[in-house]
Write a protein that binds this ligand. Structure first.
Ligand code: BGC
Length: 435
């Protein structure tokens, strides 16, 4: 067993793809310096987008708001109001496919598709809280200018455009009630906002973390630190969407660099491509194929591995859970033998471990930069969302392990993880009702 593990580690290390190749403290430092540059408006792979949103919100009771959530896979619309106990009530929920997932769309097709999704709720409120899970430069009026698409979405001509304004125009074109006040916010920002009232506990600060199809973090920063924006109240704070999936300095393995070239948008969101759901499975297959070329698999298994296609993160997770059959990778390895199963399992497992370590690096940098959480009775609350985070075998527990090792044991910074049901819809509602 140990021998097999050593063989896999030797192979991964040859391409700098092993979790041990990630120097934790050094990677956190790289994040911190890139965050600082982004806040100062200097060249940085982290966008560090000011949101003009704070966590001090008095949510009105009984007022209905339209909410939408444009994610990497689904597009959801609903209405939300807060009842007398300040509990969110979600109604009229409809789930659609995110435009641009299935086929390439033009700008007009993209906004028309979204406007159509609003049909059933368009007359229910003047306000829309719109959780838009892509890099968008938020304007002081809370509309947002599209920076780029991520997560393999295929839409052209939207870059540089105001999302809310185009949506209003498309609503008019469809004869739907338009002129909406649209508040755009990132899913990490919505998740952070949803966590603020969590369990009536006292927290020193909040981080919104998504590890699903894509990945990203939002945290709370002092306005005085946001050097690139003039005219902010220097005594205030606001939520920053860091777009941490874009982190492009510091650690990357040789096969990460090669794999990136096979994606829809090479060179973009390269950190995300090492850890998130849209990429982890395909990256694992990419690494397995290299292992075949390097002679780690039997001829029989290698032949089948080379014909595998459409291998996604779900398949990778199924293999980690059920390595003896019932999923494509297990069946491929079964043609070989026990050694093939173990080799593939160690590769998939160590790539998962690496994703956990890198996710923890990301979170640790947010916590350190916030300057909070030194009193254990008032930890920083990390509100976490995403199927990859919750479903991938052993991922969450390993992230917590690395966070404890570094933040708690070395830095004396305390964090707690929280999950809030329907966080993105609730956060979008809070933003839509209070802005
Ligand atoms: C996007 C972010 C988003 C994250 C999680 C990334 O691909 O760029 O805006 O927050 O995915 O959904």
């Amino acid at each position: 067993m140990k021998k097999m593990q050593r063989k896999v580690i030797r192979f991964l290390k040859q391409y700098r793809m092993d979790p041990a190749d990630v120097d934790f403290a050094e990677s956190v430092e790289a994040f911190l310096s890139e965050m600082q540059r982004g806040l100062a408006g200097r060249k940085s792979t982290l966008e560090m987008i000011p949101t003009y949103l704070t966590t001090e919100n008095e949510v009105p009771i009984g007022k209905r708001v339209i909410v939408a959530d444009a994610g990497g896979t689904n597009f959801r619309v609903a209405t939300v109001y807060f009842d007398a106990d300040k509990k969110p009530v979600i109604e009229n929920l409809h789930v659609f496919t995110m435009p641009g997932v299935e086929r390439q769309l033009s700008r007009v097709e993209f906004f028309n598709a979204m406007a159509e999704y609003f049909c059933s709720v368009a007359d229910m409120s003047e306000n829309i809280g719109f959780c838009f899970s892509y890099p968008v430069e938020i304007q002081p009026n809370k509309d947002g200018r599209m920076i780029r698409f991520s997560k393999e979405i295929k839409v052209t001509g939207v870059e540089g455009q105001l999302v809310g304004e185009h949506l209003n125009r498309a609503l008019v074109a469809m004869g739907l009630p338009a002129g909406k006040h649209i508040v755009l916010l990132n899913d990490t920002v919505a998740t952070l906002l949803a966590g603020v009232g969590y369990q009536n506990r006292v927290f020193d600060s909040f981080i919104g973390f998504i590890l699903g199809t894509g990945t990203n973090c939002a945290y709370i920063e002092h306005n005085a630190e946001i050097k690139k924006k003039k005219g902010l109240d220097p005594r205030g704070t606001q939520i920053i969407n860091t777009e941490s999936g874009g982190m492009g300095r510091g650690y990357r393995g040789t096969l990460d660099v090669r794999f990136d070239k096979t994606t829809v948008n090479p060179g973009v969101n390269v950190f995300e491509k090492m850890i998130s759901g849209a990429y982890l499975g395909p990256l694992c297959l990419f690494v397995l194929r290299q292992a075949c070329r390097d002679g780690l698999f039997s001829k029989h298994a290698a032949a089948i591995l080379n014909t595998l296609s459409d291998f996604d993160t779900k398949d990778m997770n199924m293999f980690l859970l059920y390595p003896y059959g019932g999923n494509p990778l297990a069946e491929a390895c079964r043609q070989g033998g026990v050694e093939d199963i173990l080799t593939a399992w160690y590769i998939a497992d160590r790539l998962t471990e690496r994703a956990a370590k890198l996710s923890a690096v990301n979170l640790a940098a947010m916590a350190v930069k916030s300057g909070r959480g030194i009193d254990p009775t008032r930890p920083i609350c990390i509100v976490a969302e995403g199927t990859t985070f919750y479903k991938m075998k052993s991922l969450k527990s390993r992230i917590e392990y690395y966070l404890k090792q570094f933040l708690e044991n070395k830095k004396g910074i305390f964090t707690d993880m929280a999950q809030v049901e329907n966080a993105t819809l609730i956060g979008a509602a809070i933003a839509g009702l209070t802005n």
